[in-house]
Design a protein around this ligand. Structure first.
Ligand code: FE2
Length: 290
């Protein structure tokens, strides 16, 4: 069942717990808010504040604990808890990661990678179907930031995502910063990756800051780490402009989870995304009118 709210096309910000009281008090100028349900499920006070905000803002629910890539299956108790929160706040978007973060009853504090082959395709598609049935919502699957590949992969990530969209009838959340980070770390062409995604299936974009670290495996080399701890880099903004040209305008989220700045800094980043998308689309309109 879709939300009764309309999905926004402009930029929103990630709502983290240190900002929630301020957000309730000041109603910051943002088109929408994205939350991690795991921050609210065992926190009745925060959930009450979120319900209040959900009356003013479209909300996106971005899960970090629904592990669609887990070989031991979806945690059905967690799925039920997310469903309860969804019933309360009626989000416009529901998403999660192409990754695994649980094994049986163990919850790992990381989004871990998968080999891209027919076997993982089958169980990820089955588990996506279970998540979508369990939540009663279309699920947007996010491309991961990558640091290693698998010798057991028989297809590229783009091929894997395209096939998942067809098999599981899901949509995609394209994290542009993750594309930039992964293309650097794995040595592929970021624009070719964007070109290969199914534009009609892209329901949301993410932009987050990354950190440059020494690559201990390659002398003099550097690895990009998706830390969400700083401003979005100019190179990622350039790729964002390219992606908006390819996909059109999509709801774009500024993700900042660590070394959290003042709320105003997130709003500035969201404004940058909106200004960039507006000027790109204005340019297209004026070109078409010539
Ligand atoms: Fe993301």
């Amino acid at each position: 069942m879709p939300s009764i709210h309309r999905s926004p096309t402009s930029a929103g910000i990630g709502l983290r717990l240190p900002h929630i009281e301020e957000a309730v008090a000041t109603r910051p100028p943002t088109a929408w808010l994205e939350i991690h349900p795991e921050n609210f499920i065992a926190n009745p006070h925060a959930t009450e504040l979120l319900s209040d905000l959900a009356r003013s803002y479209p909300i996106s629910v971005h899960t970090v604990g629904l592990s669609v890539g887990s070989a031991t299956g979806i945690d059905r108790r967690h799925l039920a808890r997310v469903r309860t929160l969804i019933a309360l706040i009626d989000p416009v978007l529901v998403s999660g990661h192409l990754a695994w973060s649980t094994h049986g009853s163990e919850y790992l504090n990381d989004l871990l990678p998968l080999p891209y082959n027919v076997e993982t395709m089958r169980f990820v598609a089955d588990q996506l179907a279970e998540v979508q049935d369990g939540l009663g919502r279309t699920f947007l699957l996010e491309n991961p930031s990558s640091y290693v590949g698998f010798s057991g992969s028989t297809m590229t990530e783009v091929q894997f995502l395209n096939e998942l969209v067809d098999r599981a009838d899901c949509r995609l959340l394209c994290d542009i910063s993750n594309v930039y980070v992964s293309s650097h770390n794995m040595g592929y062409d970021a624009r070719a990756y964007v070109d290969g995604l199914p534009a009609a299936a892209i329901g949301e974009l993410h932009m987050g800051g990354f950190t440059r670290e020494e690559d201990e495996a390659t002398p003099g080399g550097e690895v990009l780490v998706d830390t969400h701890a700083t401003h979005v880099a100019d190179a990622a903004w350039e790729l964002y402009a390219y992606a908006v040209g390819r996909f059109g305008r999509r709801p774009t989220l500024i993700e900042w989870d660590n070394d959290l700045p003042a709320l105003a800094a997130l709003l500035d980043e969201a404004r940058r995304a909106d200004d960039m998308a507006t000027s790109l689309l204005d340019l297209e309109v004026s070109r078409a009118a010539r």
